[in-house]
Structures are given as structure tokens and as C-alpha cells.
Design a binder for this molecule. Sequence first.
Ligand code: C2E
Ligand code: MG
Ligand code: MG
Ligand code: MG
Length: 284
Amino acid sequence: DSKRRGRNGWQAFTPELAEQQLHRLQLETHLRRAVNNEEFHLVYQPQVDLTTGAMVAAEALIRWRNHSLGEIRPDKFIDHAETTGDIVGIGDWVLQEACRQLREWQEGGLAVPRVAVNVSYRQFLGEDLASSVSSALAEYGLPGNALELEFTERVLIEDAPDTLRTFAALREMGVMLTIDDFGEGYSALNYLRRLPIHGLKLSQLFVQGVPGNQSDVAVCQAVAGIARSLGLTLVAEGVETEEHREFLLQLGVSIGQGFLFAPGLMPDELRLVYRTAAMGGPVR
Ligand code: C2E
Ligand code: MG
Ligand code: MG
Ligand code: MG
């Protein structure tokens, strides 16, 4: 068993380390088969107009349910999937599924204007992202602006040779391009000018400290200023309280996402909430 092997062959490792290694191996083994085994599903978190509560987009968030590992949050497996390369297959599945769901909502008369999909750094390498996106859009008969891609600051920093071409191709299709968790990393402002993006998402890390924490307030103000002067849309993440909402509105931020409005919802839950919203005004 793993403990004995730990004593005999892996002297440099503590039992805890061996345990972690084993866990990682198990996780990666299951991860490799998860798409084919249909273990993933998506939940959707509304992005809403902070004044009216109307939904402007729904962000797709991946969920993984495995028979022996249980429920694993994306924070626990996306990084592994990046390392092993499995993120490419997973990412393609997410794109397809999000487009399929949007089409289904629209055909059912539910006015979800756009779906936002998270994209990992690794998916930006090579030339596959643009073609995956274009085939997903084509398959479900969606215009480019029905899709938004959220990528992390890492995509900007690493500056891979294909990145610019991929951005240009996506932009050409009309796809909306947004930097997620803005402010957490170390984006050189320079990159912001170089890439043809549409918007930023203000990280929940800072939103959650307002209005009490002075440095969080300062970061929010700075990011809002950057977005305004570069003509980028700004979506605040992690809006949990009425105080957050009021602070953001005063700052001129008009779109938000967070538990104050809704967590990630199953497609049917979202349909229920927003069918009512469309008829009777905002649900908050
Ligand atoms: P993210 O894209 O920044 O998504 C926001 C995360 O914050 C989600 O966690 C969401 O459930 C959570 N959240 C939303 N509102 C609130 C709030 O008011 N308060 C707090 N405390 N949290 C809130 P989740 O679903 O666990 O996802 C974590 C991260 O995993 C995402 O961060 C994203 O970076 C990544 N991720 C999720 N789905 C995918 C995917 O399909 N592909 C890739 N590449 N990454 C994904
Ligand atoms: Mg996101
Ligand atoms: Mg985010
Ligand atoms: Mg995040």
C-alpha cells in the first residue's frame, strides 16, 4: 500500500507528502476521463444591471461530480487540468455546452443576451481557440456577440506569439473579450492598450473590502478609472451586500455579479427566476 511504499522507496517524502501525491494522481486520472464520462455540468451566474436588476449576461461556471472523489470545485482542478493539458478538451466541452444552453434558452423565449465562458491560459496557445469558438457558434447558429470570453491576466503577461492573432480572430467574429479578476495579478497597463479587449472584471478580492477597507476602496477606484479612460466596460464580481452595490453605483460601475443577486444557477433555476423577472421587473 501507499504507506509501505512511502517508508521503503520514498524516504525523502513525509507521509503527508506521499498522500498528497497520491491524491493528485487520482485526481488527474479521473480528470482525464471526466469529459467522456459526462461528469461535468455548468451552472450560470447572472451578470446584472446594478440599477434595474436586469440580466445582461450569464457566466458559465464548471462543476465536476465524480463517483469516487465527490464534488470538486474548479479551484481544485482547473490548475491540474492546465498542467496536464486536459483543459483543452474540457474547455472545448464548456464552449459547446454553453452555446447549446444559450440557444436552448433563446428558443424557449428566455432573453439571456449573452453567455460568458472562462478560458484558461493554455487554451490560448496554438491556434485552436479561435476555430473551437467559431465551430461552437456555427453549430448553434449564434452571432459572435452572444459569446463573451473571460481570460486571466496571465494571458496578457506571457505574451505568447499566437495570442495577438487569436485575439484579432475572435474580435473579428464579434466575440466579447474580458479580463477576469482584474487587479489580482500584475497587468502592465501597456498590455491593456495593445490587445483589442472590450472589458474588465473587477476582482471580488477588492469588492468585498468596500466601503470599509481604505486600500480596497483605492483599488476599486483605480480600476474604475482605468476602465473609464480606456473605454472598457467594467463588471464587478463578488457583489454580496447592498452596501457593495451602493458603493459601486457611486463609483459609476453599472454591472455586477454576486450572491446579492444570485449564485451559479442550474439552467432550469435560471429560467424560473428570469421568466418571472422579465414579466414583473427585476428580481433581487
Ligand atoms: P471566476 O471566473 O472569477 O468566477 C467567480 C467565482 O466566484 C465563482 O467560483 C463564483 O461561484 C464565485 N462567486 C460568485 N459570486 C460570488 C460572491 O458574491 N461572493 C463570493 N465569495 N464568491 C462569489 P467558482 O464557480 O468556484 O469558480 C472559481 C474559478 O474557477 C472561476 O473564477 C474561474 O476562474 C474558474 N472556472 C470556473 N469555471 C471554469 C471553466 O469552465 N473554465 C475555466 N478555464 N475556468 C473556470
Ligand atoms: Mg470568470
Ligand atoms: Mg472572476
Ligand atoms: Mg476568480
